[in-house]
Design a protein around this ligand. Structure first.
Ligand SMILES: [Zn+2]
Ligand SMILES: [Zn+2]
Ligand SMILES: [Zn+2]
Length: 163
């Protein structure tokens, strides 16, 4: 590579900084394209890897095994709480984890131990959205599909009620 496209790197870094939480290369690529940038997906992948390697971005794996990135406010060692639905992230300290990791490594004769601990869940907003009526209707439909006889019995029940 003779030429280094620093403008592309700047655009990726900028977009990452604007993102509300952890994003995948594909997410970021889509955002950049919406903003009118002709940047390629391969370039976004490569640039994110470079930013992660230089410590300018945090990289971790989503539960689905996808690499996700964030421009973190703290550069030191830290952990995250990440919403698996919207990607929103909270940086957290985990003193118990630090002590436990040191102790466990030492107990097995390990030195220079490092660890990666992140918590994936649903944020408050996404939890509230999941509790919305639309989700309940879908759950009822799913339950009926899973147990057609039970659903049929329930549907037939009112006809058997006499007074
Ligand atoms: Zn972070
Ligand atoms: Zn969320
Ligand atoms: Zn830690």
């Amino acid at each position: 590579m003779a030429q280094r496209n620093t403008w592309q790197r700047d655009r990726v870094r900028e977009a990452l900084g604007d993102a509300a939480g952890f994003v995948s290369a594909q997410d970021l690529h889509a955002t950049l394209r919406q903003g009118g940038s002709g940047i390629g997906l391969a370039t976004v992948y490569r640039t994110l890897a470079t930013l992660a390697a230089s410590g300018e971005a945090d990289q971790l794996q989503s539960p689905e095994g996808e690499a996700i990135y964030r421009a973190c406010s703290s550069t030191g060692h830290h952990h995250h709480l990440i919403c698996r639905s919207c990607g929103r992230a909270v940086e957290i300290e985990a003193r118990e984890v630090e002590a436990w990791a040191q102790r466990t490594a030492a107990a097995h004769g390990f030195t220079q131990a490092e660890h990666v601990v992140d918590i994936f869940g649903l944020c408050e907003t996404c939890t509230a959205a999941q509790a919305a009526p639309a989700t309940t209707a879908a759950a009822v439909t799913a339950a009926a599909a899973a147990d057609p006889q039970g659903a049929a019995a329930t549907a037939a029940a009112p006809a058997e009620i006499r007074d």
